[in-house]
Design a binder for this molecule. Structure first.
Ligand code: SF4
Ligand code: SF4
Ligand code: FES
Length: 302
């Protein structure tokens, strides 16, 4: 790969003579990559920027960059620093665990390719944790509220036992085609990071509080906030399932409650950033129509 003006030689004295890169990878022209990371030592701690320089290799993604940064454990100014912490699992954009803000765009680190990043944004790679979730450490955030949103809308097919319940209801090909894209959600949080209506909620343990009390207080705080487009879309998905439909009314009730669908301002940021191209605004529109019908039914049910 040709050298670009974005790449620098190491700052004199900033690196030990030890080569921390893996020898199996091809070094790109002896060049170094500038990485700027927004770090945080723990929940509630102040954040700070830290620069790193790592040898550039062919075909790197942001996860391999972070692996080099962690192995080197040395900032660009030569200080020995604790390894940067981040989260990942599948390494193929399926689990959503590695979601972070890369050069200002929320996305998965495992599918963010260095060559492409440097073409689009010469100079450096900037990494920040998502801003809508509490930071656990560095780039690793607590996405618990995202999963709490799925619990609020009961994003599952309810089963009340493991006995043979007979043949399941058939789902038409047309329904499958509508449902499949919604089922691709990997709970990554990109849509929540982009949504102007989804604010950060950070609840810290209090002195003398039991774990159960803390979790209860946290869940109550989460219940007051916006449930999020991912959960609205999953409510639509599970309400389209023949068995999932059994608790359709409960799901619509949860979207009519505090922090429900009414909070959505239809800014459509969510759909623009979803890495799985899930038609979130279509789901929001469907849920809106269904809630109108549901609200009228509730009046006659009284
Ligand atoms: S359409 Fe609704 S859920 Fe999506 S970003 Fe806008 S306010 Fe958030
Ligand atoms: S809807 Fe898209 S952006 Fe939102 S959590 Fe699911 S996969 Fe991620
Ligand atoms: S590690 Fe699973 S999406 Fe990146």
């Amino acid at each position: 790969m040709a050298a670009t003006s974005t790449l620098t030689q190491p700052t004199p004295g900033s690196h030990s003579t030890k080569d921390h890169s893996t020898s199996s990878q091809e070094r790109v022209g002896g060049e170094y990559l500038e990485v700027r990371i927004l770090r945080q030592d723990g929940p509630g701690e102040p954040s700070y920027w830290e620069r790193h320089q790592i040898p550039r290799e062919a075909d790197m993604n942001v996860i391999s960059v972070l692996q080099r940064v962690a192995a080197q454990a040395q900032a660009a100014d030569g200080r020995t620093v604790p390894p940067v912490v981040w989260d990942c699992n599948c390494l193929e954009e399926v689990c959503g665990a590695c979601t972070m803000v890369i050069n200002g765009q929320v996305r998965q680190a495992c599918s963010a390719l260095v060559d492409k990043l440097l073409t689009d944004n010469p100079g450096e790679i900037e990494l920040r944790p998502m801003s809508k979730f509490p930071v656990i450490r560095d780039l690793m955030v607590d996405r618990g509220r995202l999963f709490h949103g799925l619990k609020r809308v009961q994003a599952w097919v309810p089963v009340d036992g493991y006995y043979d319940a007979g043949a399941p209801a058939k789902i038409s090909p047309a329904s499958q085609e509508t449902a499949y894209p919604l089922s691709e959600c990997m709970s990554c949080g990109c849509c929540l990071e982009a949504c102007p209506q989804y604010g950060k909620i950070e609840v810290s343990p209090r002195a003398g509080e039991t774990t159960a009390e803390y979790e209860h207080r946290k869940a109550a705080a989460y219940d007051q906030g916006f449930v999020g487009p991912h959960a609205i879309s999953q409510a639509v998905l599970f309400n389209s399932h023949p068995t999932g439909k059994m608790i359709e009314g409960d799901r619509w009730d949860s979207l009519m409650a505090e922090g429900g669908l009414q909070i959505c301002g239809l800014a459509q940021n969510c759909v623009a950033v979803c890495p799985k191209s899930i038609p979130l605004t279509e789901s929001i529109a469907k849920a809106g129509r269904a809630l109108t019908v549901h609200a009228i039914k509730r009046i006659f049910d009284r």
